[in-house]
Write a protein that binds this ligand. Structure first.
Ligand SMILES: [Zn+2]
Ligand SMILES: [Zn+2]
Length: 367
């Protein structure tokens, strides 16, 4: 294996080694922030309502890579990722049992970080809590997407689906034609898929072409979840070729409103901070070794007053993250923390209406 390929694999293993679960994604957000500081120092990083927005370079229309920072898996005290002949999997060394490696969507995060290093002009967005109903992307800062030319996301099992439809078309015929050679070269073909952040961005009215694609994880949402590195790498090569051929151009696409656009996520829709477990005791402001208030994500100690302080939250503004972070919740809210004790249909089925109905029923029953 070449040195460059080995470096890619090492980074993927590093990302897979960070554990997150919906609502507890602090470590991944902090990791992405640190990664940019160290490896892409020119990039502007903004953390807003637990979503991360990264801009590198200057373009009239940026290519944009999207991923989500949560996984469906529990956080284990003893967790280690292994590599057997490019098959990456994880074990809980306390129980001695295999656990899901969280390729969904840590492979997507890795794709974005690799692209950030490779390209001069690019944007990346990382959304929290996708797995419990696209909470982060529902709350996306759509102003930030105004100079985005198209969005690509790696958030699908397998190695050959290029998702063109999530309860409605995601891109235009012109886009389909422009991407065809890159797809064929990497053995991908167009298919329809299930809800993820780019579908939510289309619903939010992003106005440009978006797509989701297989990125080399298998058996998502199960303890048997694994990642085939060479499949993930093939996806990365395809995204690289796609961005080369599409360039910094805008691919307009306004999705037609289908009956499904009024899709109801139950009580989740429109929620932002109330779903972040941080509100129930985990503060984004921590005391460092010297006892000074510091930002959990970047360690900055120059925290300022925040205009977001209100009756429910006391916040600080971190100038380093350009972000308002929660110091504490003023009164303990009734935690409407959800139990994810349902068969997740969203990753295992294509987005046929009947599946959506099942999913919707499941999600609305959760409270
Ligand atoms: Zn996912
Ligand atoms: Zn998933």
């Amino acid at each position: 294996m070449s040195k460059a390929l080995l470096a890619r694999k090492e980074l993927l293993i590093e990302v897979l080694s960070i554990q997150t679960t919906s609502g507890n994604e602090f470590d991944m957000i902090a990791y992405i922030h640190r990664f940019c500081r160290e490896n892409v120092p020119s990039a502007e990083v903004v953390i807003k309502n637990s979503n991360i927005y990264i801009t590198k370079g200057k373009a009239e229309a940026y290519p944009c890579i999207v991923a989500h920072t949560d996984t469906v898996h529990d956080i284990h005290k003893f967790y280690k990722v292994f590599d057997d002949d490019n098959c990456l999997f994880a074990f809980n060394s306390e129980s001695g049992k295999q656990v899901g490696v969280g390729g969904d969507d840590k492979v997507g995060i890795w794709l974005a970080l690799e692209m950030l290093m490779m390209k001069d002009n690019i944007k990346c967005a990382f959304f929290h809590s996708e797995e419990i109903g696209c909470i982060g992307s529902s709350d996306a800062d759509m102003d930030w997407f105004k100079d985005v030319g198209y969005c690509l996301q790696g958030d699908r099992r397998g190695n050959n689906d290029f998702v063109n439809n999530i309860s409605g078309k995601l891109f235009s015929k012109a886009f389909s034609k422009a991407i065809a050679p890159s797809l064929a070269y990497h053995d991908y073909s167009e298919a329809s898929g299930s809800i993820t952040d780019v579908g939510q961005l289309a619903d939010n009215g992003i106005g440009v072409c978006v797509a989701n694609m297989s990125c080399g994880y298998y058996a998502p949402h199960s303890d048997e979840e694994i990642v085939e590195f060479l499949d993930s790498n093939n996806c990365l090569n395809m995204i690289d070729m796609l961005v080369k051929s599409l360039g910094c151009n805008r691919y307009e696409y306004q999705r037609e409103k289908e009956s499904y656009s009024s899709y109801n996520w139950g009580d989740f829709k429109g929620a932002d901070r109330d779903y972040w477990y941080g509100n129930y005791g985990v503060s984004e402001v921590r005391d460092n070794e010297n006892g000074d208030e510091s930002c959990y994500y970047c360690g900055c100690t120059e925290l300022m007053e925040s205009e977001f302080t209100d009756d429910d939250y006391e916040c600080r503004y971190c100038p380093d993250c350009s972000s308002d972070i929660i110091l504490e919740t003023k009164e303990v809210l009734e935690p409407n923390r959800v139990e994810f004790d349902y068969d997740d249909v969203s990753d295992n089925y294509d987005a046929e209406i009947v599946d959506k109905e099942i999913l919707n029923r499941q999600l609305t029953q959760i409270n």
